[in-house]
Design a protein around this ligand. Structure first.
Ligand code: SAJ
Length: 413
């Protein structure tokens, strides 16, 4: 069986390699020549736990190319960004991936869409484009199989998690199921295309709304002079309560974006967009805390520890660090950044000592494990103040070095 995977990003590449490692011949296609060259020279374009071993297992059956080739199965795993101004999905990459398949599409082929899309996109946008090949839906098979893997554990979760497969007809569903069963050990649940599209958006929206609730609790707790972290721990002792953690906001290419795909065609929806707004406003709330603490400091310098969108990943897409830095710079704060996991960022990245030198406030934004044991003793700051937005530092250790420790939601404002 030959599979052509379009899009060799964080989802497409591991998926392509998993198929190849389990016996399929795979052509991975990407519009970026540097990604294709990198792979064909035996290197990987990004880091992810387990991907190097997987690549070694897969490489005899995997090649990368700039153009699709005839295949039995075409799988699209391309980005679906959000237009930040209108909060509407941008389907450009999905459309161009479908167009790129058209010249190669034959009767009996299966086309799979993994990219997250607004409900109805497959039927309204993707299938009609594929039919420009002259092959009708039903003559080719079609399924939407949204991914569920979490960055940092992508390969393990792709293999172990259950999956939803939505297909055009019985043949499409069964064929897609048997192909994923080559490497998916979790249960596969079958449904129609539009339900599968909707389920994916519900999953990420559910997480976003729950994080927004935790972020709102943090702000309410501060108004009441209560430590939200203790309160959450106690509330979570209830058998049916499971509150998530507050933080500096929600980043990543999924949760900060996908909920808007649900609301873009709806006039009724309120909670989903409100949750997005609550999470997007966390950098403003954080700056409000900083402003209060640094009011008397002249020419204040802020050191940001952790610019990744979450802990233990080097990914900065939609990271709340961007908004916080922009807001802080607009108010005249000088910014220094440190992140041991991130290699590329629009602002210079320094080691911890350089980023902290002369600083008036260290602000911890990402919950990297490395920060749990971070040693403050040698840091040559100007003002001994640290704001821990993730409740991750060893507070006693910092206090012992004379640092005032402010935790987001600790009720001390
Ligand atoms: N966050 C909090 N508080 C929490 C949990 C997370 O502030 O208690 C923040 C994180 O720091 C991060 C953001 O939320 O900025 C999102 O992180 P995440 O770990 O919740 O999720 P992602 O974006 O890395 O991956 C999600 C996952 N979806 C769900 O858990 C429902 C993953 O399974 C999906 O495959 C992925 O989106 C995707 O690609 O859609």
């Amino acid at each position: 069986m030959k599979i052509c995977v379009l899009g060799l990003g964080y989802i497409g590449l591991p998926t392509a390699l998993l198929f190849a490692a389990h016996g399929a011949d795979v052509v991975g296609v990407d519009v970026k020549q540097d990604v294709v060259d990198c792979l064909n020279h035996g290197n990987l374009p990004f880091k992810e736990p387990g991907i190097e071993d997987l690549y070694r297992e897969a490489k005899d059956r995997f090649t990368a190319s700039i153009e699709p080739e005839p295949a039995d199965v075409f799988l699209m795993a391309v980005p679906t960004p959000l237009d930040p101004a209108t909060k509407v999905s941008n389907l450009t990459y999905v459309k161009s991936a479908a167009d790129a398949i058209v010249p190669h599409l034959r009767k009996g082929n299966l086309v799979i869409l993994e990219s997250t899309v607004p409900p109805g996109t497959s039927e309204r946008v993707v299938i009609p484009r594929l039919e420009k090949s002259g092959v009708r839906i039903g003559e080719f098979l079609y399924a939407h199989c949204p991914e569920r893997a979490i960055p940092g554990h992508t390969i393990q979760e792709m293999s172990e998690n259950s999956r939803i497969i939505g297909g055009y007809d019985r043949d499409s569903i069964d064929r897609a199921t048997s192909i994923y069963q080559t490497f998916v050990r979790g249960q596969i649940y079958q449904t129609d295309i539009r339900t599968a599209e909707f389920v994916k958006l519900m999953e990420n929206t559910c997480r976003d709304v729950n994080i927004a609730l935790a972020n709102e609790f943090a702000q309410l707790a501060e108004e009441c002079g209560i430590n939200v972290w203790e309160a959450i721990t106690l509330a979570n002792k209830h058998p049916r309560v499971s509150i998530l953690n507050p933080g500096p906001g929600v980043g990543g290419h999924c949760i900060a974006i996908d909920p808007w795909f649900l609301t873009e065609n709806s006039t009724r929806c309120r909670m989903v967009s409100t949750a997005r707004e609550v999470n997007d406003s966390m950098p403003n709330y954080l700056l409000h805390i900083v402003r209060g603490l640094l009011a008397s400091v002249r020419d204040p310098v802020i050191s940001i520890f952790g610019v990744a969108y979450k802990g233990n990943v080097g990914d900065t897409r939609e990271s709340p660090a961007f908004k916080f830095i922009q807001l802080a710079e607009n108010e005249g704060y000088a910014i220094r950044c440190h992140d041991p996991y991130v290699s590329e960022f629009p602002y210079p990245l320094m080691d911890a000592a350089d980023a902290a030198a002369g600083s008036d406030c260290i602000v911890v934004l990402a919950d990297h494990d490395a920060f749990r044991t971070l040693e403050p003793a040698g840091l040559q700051v100007r003002t001994r103040l640290v704001i821990d937005t993730r409740n991750i530092l060893d507070h006693e250790r910092w206090a012992n070095q004379g640092f005032a420790v402010r935790v987001l939601g600790d009720g001390s404002s």
